[in-house]
Design a binder for this molecule. Structure first.
Ligand code: FE
Ligand code: CA
Length: 554
C-alpha cells in the first residue's frame, strides 16, 4: 500500500473528493444512530476470566438508566497493527467514586469505527459488555482494518455517546513505509503542574505516541491538586494518600484522566504504553519494594497496580495481568521502516545494588548474575533483533541506557536504578545488538525528567570508541514542576559525559521523524506548567544519519 502522505490534524479535517465517493458508495448510517451487532461483538469481547453470559441477566444494567455522562474519562486507542487497533474507554459517570458510579452490574457498550469524523462511512461496529470486575473498562480489539489507514471511533451506551477518537493502523508488515513520526512522553505527576505539553501534542500531526512510564505517581495529591493550585480546592480526600490497593490505583487513573489535555492527546493519537516504577511504587525492583516489605505483601500491591494499569490503558488481552504478573514487553512494526521492541525493565529486575544510592560501580552492581530485563526478556529481545530487517530498530523503555557520570572524579558515581546499575545486563544487550547486526539502533527513554540526546558508545569510558546507536530521554510531561533549561547539574554532566550531546530541564516531549536516510528529533518544551496555556517551543533539533549513528545538530 502506498503511503498516502501526512495525516491531517484534527482541527484541519475536511472531506476530500475521495471521501465523498466512499460516502456515496456505502450504506448510509445516520449520525448518532448506532446499530447493535451482538453476534460479531461476542467474538470481540475479551473471554478471559469473565463471568458466564446468560446466567446473569439480572446483573445486566439497562443502559438507559445511566443518568449522567459515563464517558468522563475519554477514549483512547493503542498498539496499532497493520489490520487492527485496540480501542479503549471506561464508563464512569461518577469518576471519583470507587465504582465510577456504575454499581455492580454489567452494561452493553456499542462501538463504531468510521472513515470520517461524522461517521457517515462506518466500516465496523459491534457491542461489548463492560464489567464491574474490570471497573467497567472497555477494550475492543478491532480486526480486519486496512493497513496504513486513519480511522475515527466512538462508543455509545444508553443515550450517551463518547467523544470521538482518531487512530490509525500500521503499514503492512514487510512492505516499505516511507515515513514515521512518533512522539515520546513520560512522567506526568499530576500534582506537579498542568499537562500543557499534551495540549500541544494533541494538535500535532503524529502517527503514534510512546508513553515510557510514570503515567501516574502513587504519592498523595492534596485538595488543591498540588502545584496546580486549584482555587476551589475541592479534590476529594481519597487522593490525599499514597495508592496501595486496587481501588486506590483505579481512582488515581480517574484523577489523571479527569485532565482534559491528557484526554485530548489520547483521543488524537494511538498510544503505545509501557510502565516504569511509579505506576506501582517508587524504584521498586521485581518483587522488592522501596521499604523492604516482604515480597508476598508487595506482590499483592503490585497485582492491584498492574490490574488498574491494564484497565485504564489501550492494551490488548495479551497484556492482561495474571495476579502480580503481566506481559508488558512486546514488539510492533512499521512496515520495514521501524521495529519497536518495547521493554519492561521493572518487573523482572534484580534489586538495586548499594541500597539504590548513587554509587561507583563495584562487584555488587557488576555481578553478572544480576539483570534489569530478566533472562526471558533478554533472549526475546536479542532473538527479535536477529530476525529484524528494519531500517530503524527502536527500543522504547524506561531508564537511562547510556552511562551517566554524576561527577568529574575518575571513578564517578552512577545511578543504581538505571542501566548503569546493571552493567553486565547492559553489556549482554549491547553484545546482542552487535551480534545481530541490527541497523540504526535508537533507544527511547523516560524516567529522568530532563531531555538528553546521548550517543550509545561501545565503551562509554572511551569517547573514541565506536558509536553503536543513539538514545534520547523525552523529559517529562509534568514531573519536576516548571524545570530549568540548564539545571544545576548541567555543566558537570556535559563535561563528565562527552557522549551527551544535549541536556535541557524544561517540561515537554520529543517528536521524531524517521525516513530511510535519517531520523530527526525535535525536543519540544513548554515555558511553564505551573499555570495553564504556556506556549510550545522547539528547544533543539538533532539528526542521526542511517548507517552512521550519532546525534548531530540539525
Ligand atoms: Fe518519573
Ligand atoms: Ca521512574
Amino acid at each position: 500500500m502506498a503511503l498516502t502522505g501526512r495525516p491531517r490534524a484534527l482541527a484541519e479535517h475536511a472531506y476530500s473528493p475521495h471521501d465523498a465517493v466512499l460516502r456515496a458508495a456505502a450504506p448510509y448510517v445516520g449520525r448518532r444512530r448506532f446499530l447493535t451487532v451482538t453476534a460479531a461483538a461476542a467474538a470481540l469481547a475479551f473471554g478471559t476470566n469473565l463471568p458466564a453470559r446468560g446466567a446473569a441477566a439480572a446483573r445486566e444494567l439497562d443502559a438507559a438508566r445511566i443518568g449522567a455522562n459515563p464517558f468522563t474519562l475519554g477514549v483512547a486507542s493503542g498498539d496499532p497493527l497493520p489490520d487492527s487497533v485496540l480501542l479503549w474507554t471506561r464508563l464512569a459517570p461518577e469518576p471519583f467514586e470507587a465504582d465510577g458510579g456504575m454499581g455492580e452490574q454489567r452494561v452493553a457498550v456499542e462501538w463504531e469505527v468510521a472513515l470520517d469524523e461524522l461517521f457517515f462511512v462506518v466500516v465496523q461496529r459491534g457491542t461489548v459488555e463492560a464489567h464491574a470486575e474490570y471497573n467497567h473498562s472497555v477494550h475492543v480489539d478491532v480486526k480486519g482494518l486496512t493497513p496504513n489507514a486513519h480511522y475515527y471511533y466512538r462508543f455509545r451506551t444508553g443515550t450517551w455517546i463518547s467523544p470521538t477518537g482518531r487512530t490509525r493502523t500500521a503499514p503492512l508488515a514487510g512492505v516499505e513505509a516511507l515515513s514515521l513520526r512518533l512522539a515520546a512522553v513520560a512522567c506526568q505527576a499530576y500534582r506537579d503542574g498542568y499537562y500543557t505539553a499534551y495540549r500541544h501534542l494533541a494538535k500535532e500531526d503524529i502517527d503514534v505516541v510512546f508513553h515510557l512510564g510514570d503515567y501516574l505517581y502513587e504519592y498523595a495529591v492534596n485538595s488543591m491538586g498540588g502545584e496546580r493550585r486549584y482555587k476551589d480546592g475541592t479534590l476529594p480526600d481519597v487522593f490525599n494518600r499514597e495508592t496501595m490497593t486496587l481501588a486506590d490505583y483505579r481512582m488515581r487513573y480517574a484523577l489523571y484522566k479527569s485532565d482534559p489535555d491528557l484526554r485530548a492527546a489520547h483521543a488524537a493519537h494511538p498510544f503505545v504504553v509501557t510502565w516504569d516504577d511509579h505506576e506501582t511504587e517508587n524504584n521498586y525492583a521485581g518483587s522488592h519494594d522501596e521499604k523492604g516489605d516482604p515480597a508476598d505483601q508487595f506482590l499483592v500491591r503490585r497485582a492491584g497496580a498492574y490490574r488498574a494499569y491494564w484497565e485504564n490503558q489501550p492494551l490488548r488481552a495479551a497484556q492482561l495481568p495474571q495476579g502480580p504478573n503481566a506481559r508488558m514487553y512486546r514488539r510492533l512494526q512499521w512496515g520495514t521502516l521501524a521495529q519497536f521492541d518495547i521493554l519492561d525493565t521493572r518487573q523482572y529486575r534484580s534489586d538495586q545494588a548499594y541500597g539504590d544510592q548513587p554509587h561507583v560501580p563495584g562487584p555488587e552492581s557488576d555481578d553478572p548474575a544480576r539483570t534489569i530485563t530478566g533472562a526471558a526478556q533478554e533472549r526475546w529481545l536479542i532473538d527479535g533483533w536477529r530476525n529484524s530487517n528494519a531500517v530503524w530498530n527502536l527500543m522504547p523503555q524506561q531508564v537511562c541506557f547510556s552511562q551517566r557520570r554524576f561527577d568529574l572524579n575518575a571513578k564517578a558515581k552512577l545511578s543504581m536504578d538505571a542501566w548503569d546499575g546493571y552493567r553486565a545486563s547492559r553489556d549482554r544487550i549491547t553484545a546482542g545488538a552487535k551480534a545481530a547486526g541490527i541497523k540504526n539502533w535508537m533507544i527511547l527513554t523516560g524516567d529522568v525528567h530532563v531531555a538528553y540526546a546521548l550517543d550509545v558508545k561501545d565503551d562509554f569510558d572511551d569517547p573514541r570508541s565506536r558509536t553503536l546507536g543513539t538514545e534520547f530521554t523525552c523529559t517529562s510531561i509534568a514531573s519536576g514542576k516548571d524545570g530549568e533549561e540548564k539545571p544545576s547539574t548541567w555543566n558537570t554532566y556535559m563535561k563528565a559525559n562527552p557522549h551527551m550531546k544535549f541536556f535541557n530541564g524544561k517540561r515537554g516531549y520529543v517528536r521524531v521523524d524517521y525516513a530511510h536516510q535519517q531520523a530527526r528529533a525535535d525536543f519540544k518544551t513548554v515555558s511553564a506548567i505551573s499555570v495553564p496555556g504556556a506556549p510550545l517551543t522547539t528547544a533543539a533539533s538533532f539528526v542521526t544519519e542511517a548507517g552512521s549513528p550519532g546525534w548531530k545538530p540539525a
